[in-house]
Each structure stands twice: as structure tokens, then as C-alpha cells.
Design a protein around this ligand. Sequence first.
Ligand SMILES: [Zn+2]
Ligand SMILES: [Zn+2]
Length: 135
Amino acid sequence: MSNREGGCLCGAVRYVLKAEPRPGVLCHCTHCRKQSGSLFSFNIVLRESDYEQQGETKVFVDTGDSGQPVNRHFCGNCGAPILVKIAAAPKHVVIKAGSLDNLGGLTATTEIYCDHAADWLAPVAGAARFPQNQS
Ligand SMILES: [Zn+2]
Ligand SMILES: [Zn+2]
């Protein structure tokens, strides 16, 4: 299978995923909502060494439930969220999968922070749902 590619809306930031990510997670948390301006984020995780980026991102240092920093990387030109680096999960990156050029073959198997999900949003068929984080 060929590498997956993605990038921001304006094209200043481009990336390649050199490995297949784990199945995706829909996150309904208020931070993902506010950063994206949408109802949830579609997140996929892979090793940082399998992520290759061209162009610079800006970083907003957020705080996760663990109290540890959550570095939210976005394009400083168009504002598109690209990835998140979580201090509690070193050597991994969380890609905002909506930034991929093509979503083919990617599924969401888990939904987290469902306590904050929009009332009228139907659950994803077959996905495990957690009221807060997974563990
Ligand atoms: Zn951009
Ligand atoms: Zn979230």
C-alpha cells in the first residue's frame, strides 16, 4: 500500500505517513471541538518516526486530562489543525485525520469523551464508546 499523504488547507504544510496508522478514534472532547470548530476530531496515531512533514507548524500548548502538555500543531497561515504531540505519549503523533488527502480505508473503531458529543449525532456503527477517555 502506498503512503498516505495530507496537509493543511492552504498547502504550506504537507506530510507523509510512512506506515499504516492504528484504527481511528473520534474525540468529542471540548478541546477538539473548539480547536476544530467542528463537532469532533478524527484522530489516528502512529510512531513519530513514521511521520514526515514539510513546512512549519505553529504550536498551541494545551493541557490534557493528565495535567501534562498537549502540543497542538496547526498551520500558521490557514489555521488548519494538523497533529498533536502528547507529552504523556512520547514518540507518537496523533494526526488530525481530516487533514489527509484521502480517507480511503480508514475507520473509527472508538469514540471517546462521548459525554460531550452532540445529542443528535448518531453513534458510529460498531465503535466502542467511552464517556471520557479510553482507560
Ligand atoms: Zn495552511
Ligand atoms: Zn479531543
